[in-house]
Design a binder for this molecule. Structure first.
Ligand code: GAR
Length: 215
């Protein structure tokens, strides 16, 4: 499966996907990386791995739809089958989302549907949650919504700061996204009534979930 990765920043999830795809039997390859920001650290990560990366700045387009049309055209030119949002911080138009329906994934640093949007870890700490985590899901028009493929649970530890919690969740993200991509690329996911069923697992284990070792 040919994957295009959309980023806006640091690119640590991109790096984890690149690492995963180096494994010989991995069923997907990253063929292009697109950033909407010129200073995104992930651009160098892609290029150092020999993956073509380009900047399409949303500022260069008169509307969200015009920007999304360029994104769409670039992905199609690269022969992309599946789009992975990895820290891509732009809201996509309904037209783009519909065009890539069931062929676009997103990772979000919370146990969705809780804590959609920005400043997740601040809000988790503020709410006094004992557990948080991360989610990989198929993209739907509403932000951080869509059928859930995989989640990882991460404990909140007394005395956690936003940075410590973010680091712990990020470590889980780096394990979860490759795992979810593998499931999708192997064709093991099916969406039924907007819920994801995973082939090859018994009914009791439909949703992959782990707590990272050592926590
Ligand atoms: C990650 O924590 C990702 O889950 C989050 O942005 C960060 C990107 O980091 N995405 C969202 O909040 C999407 N709603 P990265 O650039 O190092 O992968």
């Amino acid at each position: 499966m040919r994957v295009g990765v959309l980023i806006s920043g640091r690119g640590s999830n991109l790096a984890s996907l690149i690492e995963a795809t180096k494994v010989a039997d991995f069923p997907a390859e990253i063929v292009t990386v697109i950033s909407n920001k010129a200073d995104a650290g992930g651009i160098a990560i892609a290029r150092n791995a020999g993956i073509p990366a380009e900047v399409i700045s949303h500022r260069d387009y008169p509307s969200r739809e015009a920007f999304d049309a360029e994104l769409d055209a670039t992905l199609r030119r690269a022969g992309v089958d599946l789009v992975c949002n990895a820290g891509f911080m732009r809201i996509l138009s309904d037209g783009f989302v519909d065009a890539w329906r069931d062929r676009q994934l997103n990772i979000h640093p919370s146990l969705l549907p809780a804590f959609k949007g920005l400043h997740v870890h601040e809000r988790v700490l503020e709410a006094g949650c004992r557990i948080t985590g991360c989610t990989v899901h198929f993209v739907r028009p509403a932000m951080d919504e869509g059928p859930i493929i995989a989640q990882a649970a991460v404990p909140v530890i007394p005395g956690d700061t936003v940075d410590r919690l973010a680091d712990r969740v990020l470590a889980a993200e780096h394990r979860l996204y490759p795992m979810a991509l593998r499931l999708v690329a192997e064709g093991r996911t099916r969406i039924v009534d907007e819920r994801v069923l995973i082939d090859g697992e018994d009914a009791g284990a439909q949703a992959p979930l782990f707590v990272p070792a050592g926590h």
